[in-house]
Design a protein around this ligand. Structure first.
Ligand code: URA
Length: 427
């Protein structure tokens, strides 16, 4: 007779038939999956049952807790600064983390930004920072604490000890077409933030053709689920829904995005990127209980000082030139008119195919490949005016990039109506 309290088959059948699983059943499933006594195919079947039947609020809390309990939890309570973090569901040209973390540190917060790498058409924060010579993403828990204490912000890889169940579950979701389940996404994202130990959290849920969530309705559902979940665990959580139809800023690609982030930290940069950073930074400061205007940190140089200190604390050479691609080519307008849209998904795919992104998580990425959008929606362009700059290490990839960018941009006879960047707020 089995000594196990439950049978995986019975729990899969229960979830398949719409019965709510208890806290102890969910805890057992996750623990047994990690221990190897619940098989991959059983967990795959359970994930598919969740995909179709969703989860109750109580099940979601239990799953999130079980994922957190599968590993270590950082204790940031001895820091003298209030902690606040941000999570973006991912977009094209989204280099916001590189700017926000030092902005918040400059107004007195501690930002423990444990980040991931990019997959597919969206870039990863760690890949971007790795284009800075010497910068390293792997830090020990004591280094993270020291840098949070001294600098106020850290962007680094989440250690293997944090939420290990999420790593296993995510890999399985990836190969079983169950990534898109809202409760599974919410549990995955919130569990990692709980394990990281932040007291406040802002979720930037991207909506549009370049985002994971294509419709406002789905994005709102995901945002509401994550805000409720974070709050249930005592984390001050808010969400902002932001447009991701067109790339954010102009640069798409690892070193190119670091360069653009440096422009913003120097008080310049594209208007949409600056607007979003200021908006998110204000909300994060509020969540952290700080009465400060983070916009001034861009004009007075204090955000830049914190960025340089953060990079140097992780071995990065802040004086070094960022690497440049060997081949840079411009792509020009075939007709005059107004740019009505620049398709973020298509630009993201071009940058990915140039080498800026990866197909599988173990693949390397190019630091230098990518695209600069010289024209943005609403701009008036003349025939022959450059629209994009293509950066490639391999000239054989230029033709494919030109063809992809041709399909990404639309030119019309009249200017498009301006689209808001902030589509909603929750929490
Ligand atoms: N990002 C995560 O961390 N988890 C998901 O499930 C989806 C996006």
């Amino acid at each position: 007779m089995s000594a196990e309290p439950y049978s995986a088959v019975s729990l899969i059948a229960a979830k398949r038939d719409g019965r709510e699983l208890s806290d102890s059943e969910i805890g057992w499933l996750i623990e047994s999956y990690l221990a190897g006594s619940v098989a991959e195919e059983q967990m795959a079947a359970l994930l598919m049952a969740v995909y179709f039947n969703s989860m109750s609020d109580q099940e979601l809390v239990s799953l999130t807790r079980a994922i957190v309990d599968s590993g270590e939890r950082m204790d940031l309570s001895r820091l003298s600064r209030p902690t606040v973090d941000k999570h973006s569901t991912g977009g094209v040209g989204d280099k916001v983390s590189l700017i926000l973390a030092p902005m918040l540190a400059a107004v007195g917060a501690a930002v423990p930004q444990l980040s991931g790498r990019g997959l597919g058409h969206t870039g990863g924060t760690l890949d971007k920072l790795e284009s800075i010579p010497g910068w390293r993403s792997a830090l020990s828990p004591s280094e993270i604490m020291r840098n949070l204490d001294r600098v106020g912000c850290v962007i680094c890889a989440a250690g293997a000890g944090l939420a290990p169940a999420d790593r296993r579950l995510y890999a399985l979701r990836d190969v079983t077409a169950t990534v898109e389940s809202i409760p599974l996404i919410a549990a995955s994202i919130i569990s990692k933030k709980l394990a990281e130990g932040t007291s406040a959290l802002l979720l930037d849920v991207k909506v549009g053709r370049g985002a994971f969530m294509k419709s406002l309705e789905r994005a709102e559902e995901l945002a509401r689920t994550m805000v409720d979940l974070g709050q249930r665990f005592g984390v001050a959580t808010k969400a902002v829904l932001t447009a991701m139809d067109d790339p954010l800023g102009r640069a798409v690609g690892n070193a190119l995005e670091v360069e653009e982030a440096l422009e913003v930290l120097s008080g310049g940069g594209p208007a949409d990127l600056v607007e979003l950073c200021v908006e998110l930074a204000r909300t994060m400061a509020e969540l952290a209980g700080l009465d400060a205007d983070p916009r001034r940190t861009l004009s007075d140089g204090s955000a830049m000082d914190h960025f340089r200190a953060m990079v140097a604390a992780q071995g990065g050479d802040v004086e070094a030139q960022l690497p440049r691609a060997k081949f840079v080519e411009r792509f020009s307008a075939a007709e005059a008119g107004y740019v009505s849209s620049v398709d973020a998904m298509r630009v993201g795919e071009v940058a990915w195919r140039l080498g800026a992104g990866r197909d599988r998580k173990e693949d390397p990425v190019s630091a230098t490949a990518g695209v600069i959008c010289l024209a943005k929606a609403g701009d008036r362009v003349a025939k022959g005016q450059p629209l994009f700059e293509i950066h490639a290490d391999d000239p054989a990839r230029l033709a494919g990039a030109r063809a992809g960018l041709q399909r990404a941009l639309r030119i019309a006879g009249s200017p498009p109506s301006p689209q808001p960047l902030i589509l909603g707020r929750l929490g």
